[in-house]
Design a binder for this molecule. Structure first.
Ligand code: NIG
Ligand code: FE
Length: 400
């Protein structure tokens, strides 16, 4: 079994393994002048270099900080077409929801994506996923959700499945917006046809719903969640992006993995998340790009919730191709400390995907880690517009 001792680590900084809630998110372990032993792709040992065990090979990282590989728990990295005209309309004052209500926005991307075959979708998504990985994301979730019909939804999931040969991805079926006519029949068919097929073919591990005035109601979301859980799939939710209509409370009640967005959450939603096992995933790229209020990251942590952060990479609300930038924005826009943001982007993001084998540099976890350009790990949260990440290591191997 291959064995490498990594040295030349000015600081090895990591949260403990497992989800961190509330104030525990800010507690990191920092080992100065550290070494990291990787055996068979897993962390075998981490500690001060002077106490390091012998190893078959050594690799000197040159005196830089090392942190766990980031986990991006929320992306829509597969899409065709663009939203540049919507972008111009928005910056001249037309709201995102109005563009959607007029048949643009998400529906525009659905029309473009519906006419793309699997190979085209793979080719479009590959450089986006490569950008996320270069920014530090060793694992990323990818959603469907731009299928106008079920065949297009399944094509998106097959594209994600193909990309899993190149990237560590977690696939999610997203039920995004209802058709303009016949929404009750559509929800029934999602529950009776699409979800059973996706579960049978192993095309997704979770089902996500966009619960919003312009998308699905709480009642419709409840039906879709029941079908997902009956087929052994986890559930997660887009909720409280524009209006807090009750989706967060439903998701917490039924044990969803995560509720994502939360820009419009108030104290009732914060409280529901604080006392539940559901992760609160914040997406500060949306705040930046749409000029929305920021999700209450600080209040969520102070209330005791487990907060994760992701890019929400998508063409309409967050053209953010860097998971590190999402982490850095969570500090600026949502009031997280750098240490809390690192927990949010690693162990908590992993937990939001139902993963427990990555996110922390402790024995037994997959050896996914980042060698920064800097000797001080805080550059990860500080740097904007250039990458503080020099190298991305996945299961102990350099990703390229
Ligand atoms: O997470 N709000 C719903 N879904 C996506 C946006 C998708 C799009 O605009 O294409 C989101 O923000
Ligand atoms: Fe999203």
């Amino acid at each position: 079994m291959s064995e490498t001792l990594f040295t030349g680590i000015s600081q090895l900084v990591s949260p403990a393994a497992g989800v961190r809630r509330g104030p525990a998110m800010g507690a990191l372990t920092q080992i100065d002048d550290a070494a990291l032993l990787v055996r068979g792709g897993l962390v075998a040992w981490a500690g001060p270099r002077t106490e390091a065990p012998e190893a078959a090979q050594t690799h000197d990282l040159g005196g830089v900080a090392v942190v766990p590989g980031l986990v991006d728990p929320h992306t829509h990295a597969v899409w065709a077409g663009d939203r540049l005209a919507d972008f111009e309309a928005r910056i001249s004052g037309v709201p995102y929801e109005e563009i959607l209500a007029r048949g643009g926005g998400i529906r525009r991307t659905m029309r473009a994506t519906a006419s793309a075959d699997v190979d085209t979708l793979v080719a479009l998504a590959r450089p986006r996923l490569a950008a996320l990985r270069a920014s530090g994301a060793t694992t990323a979730e990818v959603k469907s959700g731009y299928g106008l019909d079920f065949d297009a939804e399944v094509r998106m999931l097959r594209a994600i499945q193909q990309l899993r040969a190149e990237f560590l991805l977690v696939p999610t079926l997203l039920i995004h917006v209802p058709p303009q006519d016949g929404r009750a029949a559509y929800v029934r068919a999602v529950c009776q046809e699409l979800i059973p097929q996706v579960a049978r073919e192993g095309l997704a591990t979770a089902v996500d719903v966009f619960c919003e005035k312009e998308a699905f109601s709480v009642g419709e979301t409840r039906q879709i969640f029941a079908a997902a859980q009956a087929h052994g799939l986890s559930v997660k939710l887009h909720a409280d992006q524009f209006h807090a209509i009750g989706g967060t409370e439903l998701a917490c009640e039924i044990g969803a993995l995560s509720v994502d967005h939360l820009e419009a959450s108030g104290s009732a939603q914060i409280q529901a998340l604080a006392i539940s096992g559901t992760v609160a995933t914040i997406l500060p790229g949306v705040t930046l790009h749409l000029g929305l209020p920021a999700a209450p990251g600080r209040a969520l942590i102070d209330a005791g919730a487990a907060v994760a952060v992701g890019t929400d990479l998508n063409p309409g609300s967050s053209p953010v191709f860097s998971t590190q930038l999402a982490l850095a924005l969570a500090v600026r826009l949502c009031g997280l400390t750098p240490a809390e943001a690192l927990s949010a982007a690693t162990v908590n993001a992993a937990h939001a995907l139902g993963l427990s084998d990555c996110g922390a540099l402790v024995p037994g976890q997959r050896a996914d880690f980042l060698a920064l350009h800097s000797a001080d790990w805080r550059d990860l949260a500080y740097t904007l517009g250039a990458s503080p990440v020099r190298e991305v290591w996945q299961a102990g191997a350099l990703a390229r």
